[in-house]
Design a binder for this molecule. Structure first.
Ligand code: FE2
Length: 239
């Protein structure tokens, strides 16, 4: 890797409309945290383009099963979420750390800020991680998250979603996004989902139900492939 120049490793960017604008009026809190000045573009150096990638050597197999992190099983609908992490050429990204976090089946996070009246589940933390295999594949077993209210506007509810972070091969390929579920009626009303201008890009954040991933008598399966960058990139989460 050290023989490659920064130019050879430079990344391709997603076209306009793939990622959300910093200031999205319908998403109220972006008004106070969006930059008011033009961004300063820093050139990528070899250190950003070649790593390091933290933590992947410490992920244990059981961290990929969010239903087995406590004494009992969490309440809710058990699901399997699997897919591949790809670069802009469609090449699988192997040995890449994938982290997820989510609300429980009742739509509640274990977080001091989340105090809405839905129950916590003593058997569900809502965080997991794994490392992609040689084919760039990851797989989690978890509980389908519930929708939750978020006070952005009157009667505002987030569609069910799982937060994803992928480190990819280097710092600049890190992608943080949200995975949604097909057919969710809240998607059309959600300012975060709709902060992605391009409709096709938005739809890349929706997983697909997959009977091949579904296991009889056990759990429904969903597929969610992630493209880290380039023209088909999965949109970055709106922060
Ligand atoms: Fe969330």
């Amino acid at each position: 890797m050290a023989q490659q120049t920064a130019q050879e490793l430079s990344i391709s960017h997603a076209p306009p409309g793939t990622h959300p604008a910093y200031d999205t009026p319908a998403y109220e809190s972006t008004g106070t945290r969006a930059p008011k000045q033009p961004l300063i573009i820093l050139p990528h150096t070899l250190s950003e383009l070649t790593g390091p990638v933290y933590g992947h050597d410490k992920a244990k197999a059981e961290e990929a099963d969010l239903t087995r992190q406590h004494k009992g099983e969490p309440l809710g609908e058990r699901i399997i979420v699997t897919g591949r992490i790809l670069d802009e050429n469609g090449t699988p990204v192997a040995n890449s750390l994938v982290e997820i976090w989510q609300a429980n089946a009742a739509g509640r996070y274990i977080h001091v800020v989340d105090q809405h009246p839905a129950p916590l589940d003593p058997n569900f933390t809502g965080a997991g991680r794994c490392v992609t295999d040689a084919q760039g594949s990851y797989r989690f077993v978890t509980i389908k998250p519930g929708a939750y209210p978020w006070r952005n506007h009157h009667n505002a509810w987030r569609p069910a979603h799982i937060h994803f972070s992928m480190f990819g091969p280097s710092f600049v390929s890190r992608l943080v996004t949200q995975m949604y579920f097909p057919g969710d009626p809240l998607l059309a009303l959600d300012p975060i989902y709709n902060s992605i201008p391009d409709e096709k890009a938005r739809m890349r954040m929706i997983s697909s139900f997959d009977i091949g991933t579904t296991e009889p008598e056990w759990a429904l399966g969903y597929r969610f492939d992630v493209v880290l960058r380039g023209p088909e990139a999965t949109p970055m989460e709106k922060n």
